[in-house]
Design a protein around this ligand. Structure first.
Ligand code: ARG
Length: 465
């Protein structure tokens, strides 16, 4: 034998200096990332041990030794002096091996009526559940900030856009409340996902359940689950809870990214609708005038990681037969990174939006330009002169063309000029050409009128209190 298993193999070793044992360990081990589940792992094991004692499967003294020993392991990990070992593969085996060193023989009884398959499913569910709770809390905080923005600017007029072209005047409050609705849907998606994920896989064992007389209701309750999962095959092979978390996170991320994009546009020199506080912007090392909206840009960019994680885990899961496959070990890094990214983006957005300075004069000037009240003029012709909307649209279009030719805005046209387009136009039409009248007139439910916005603000203040 010239080949030694500890050195690179000429046929397939390639760039690997290490032999197959080391390469296998590198691809197989998950401890470098699943150590993040230590608290959930120990919590799950303590619940399992207590149940094994209550059902007479373990003696009370063994279960007590296990329970105490696990607390020691917990404090060692929290103190940062736990000897994590890659050879021991994952968090489950690292904790159990350390328990063996600490308490000896009873440690070997902890894995009775359990498998790493139901263990990891339980640990990960507990972790994702915490993240869903954190997302719900963070979204509520962001919504409160947006509602406060809406309240102070319920009647600040700004241009509303379609195709990023000036469309009709809207209010700042209305724009802020649009995001409140979006983030509220996100929050309810996390709430929904949390409800469905709150069933306990522990006791599914490897896949088929167990012959030991375990009490799955007891462990489910101890871990704060609503009930045990009803099918042990599903218990160990399901990752819907992670997929739902990622899906909810992906949609929420898209909302964060859209708001971030608006902040980037609004803070540009051409818009100047808003100014980010110093805390949330950076300067340029070469151009002294620059104030870059880096935090908004990074939220917009980091969202790609969340979307990528969702695609990655869907791809991992889509071809797996029941029950557990090692592929599923790839769930964790994706969800960890997506959750970290989402929490950071939510916190940054909340901070930016609460420190934002709004330039109301700029908003109003922009709202008044670009023939933003053309629709109001057409509506006036329908309402006051009985024109069919299509005809009114045509008349208004000719007036916009005239104003464009003259280089002025609609309210700058003389009454004679208006009448030349349609004789029914009178002095009274000027009132609807002003942006404040325009927004005040949009009283339809959910419309941009300050009264409507204030009603929505009050509704949300009640719901978020
Ligand atoms: N580290 C594994 C994972 O994250 C734990 C489950 C291992 N189960 C097994 N049958 N090898 O998926």
């Amino acid at each position: 034998m010239t080949d030694d298993t500890n050195s690179s193999n000429a046929m397939w070793g390639g760039r690997f200096a290490a032999g197959p044992d080391a390469i296998m360990e590198a691809i197989n081990a998950s401890i470098s990332f699943d150590k993040r589940l230590y608290a959930q792992d120990i919590r799950g094991s303590r619940a399992h041990a207590a149940m094994l004692a209550a059902t007479g499967i373990l003696t009370n003294s063994d279960a007590e030794a296990i329970g105490e020993g696990l607390l020691t392991v917990l404090s060692e990990i929290e103190a940062g002096d736990f000897p994590f070992s890659t050879a021991l593969e994952d968090i489950h085996m690292n904790v159990e091996a350390r328990l063996k060193v600490l308490i000896g023989e009873p440690a070997g009884r902890l894995h009775t009526a359990r498998s790493r398959n139901d263990q990891v499913a339980t640990d990960f569910r507990l972790w994702v559940r915490d993240q869903a709770d954190a997302a719900i809390t963070s979204l509520s905080a962001l919504m409160k900030v947006l509602v406060a923005q809406a309240e102070q600017g319920a009647d600040w007029v700004m241009p509303g856009f379609t195709h990023l072209q000036t469309a009709q005047p809207v209010t700042w409050g209305h724009h802020m409340m649009a995001y409140v609705e979006m983030f509220a849907r996100d929050r309810s998606r996390f709430e929904d996902a949390r409800k469905r994920m709150n069933e306990c896989p522990l006791g599914s064992a490897a896949l088929a359940g167990t012959g030991f007389p375990i009490d799955r209701h007891m462990t489910a309750q101890a871990l704060g689950f609503d009930r045990p999962m009803a099918n042990s095959l599903d218990g160990v092979s399901d990752r819907d809870f992670a997929l739902e978390f990622l899906s909810s996170a992906a949609i929420c991320s898209v909302h964060l990214s859209r708001l971030a994009e608006e902040l980037v546009i609004w803070s540009s020199a051409q818009f100047r609708f808003v100014a980010m506080s110093d805390k949330w912007s950076t300067g340029s090392s070469i151009m002294p005038q620059k104030r870059n909206p880096d935090a908004a840009e990074l939220i917009r960019a980091k969202i790609g990681r969340v979307l990528g994680a969702a695609v990655a885990l869907f791809t991992v899961m889509k071809g797996l037969p029941l029950a557990y496959s090692k592929d599923m070990q790839e769930d964790k890094e994706q969800v960890f990174d997506a959750a970290d990214t989402l929490m950071l983006a939510l916190a940054a957005m909340t901070g930016m939006m609460s420190d934002l300075t709004v330039n109301t004069a700029k908003l109003e000037a922009a709202a008044s330009s670009g023939f933003s009240t053309a629709t109001d003029l057409a509506d006036w012709l329908v309402r006051e002169a009985g024109l069919p909307f299509r005809d009114a649209h045509h008349v208004t279009g000719s007036l916009v063309a005239l104003a464009e030719k003259k280089g002025c805005d609609l309210p700058d046209l003389s009454l004679e000029e208006l009448k030349s387009a349609h004789p029914a136009l009178t002095e009274a039409v000027y009132s609807v050409l002003g942006v404040h009248n325009s927004v005040a007139s949009r009283q339809s439910y959910g419309g941009t009128a300050p009264d409507q916005v204030r009603a929505q603000v009050a509704r949300w203040q009640g719901l978020l209190a």
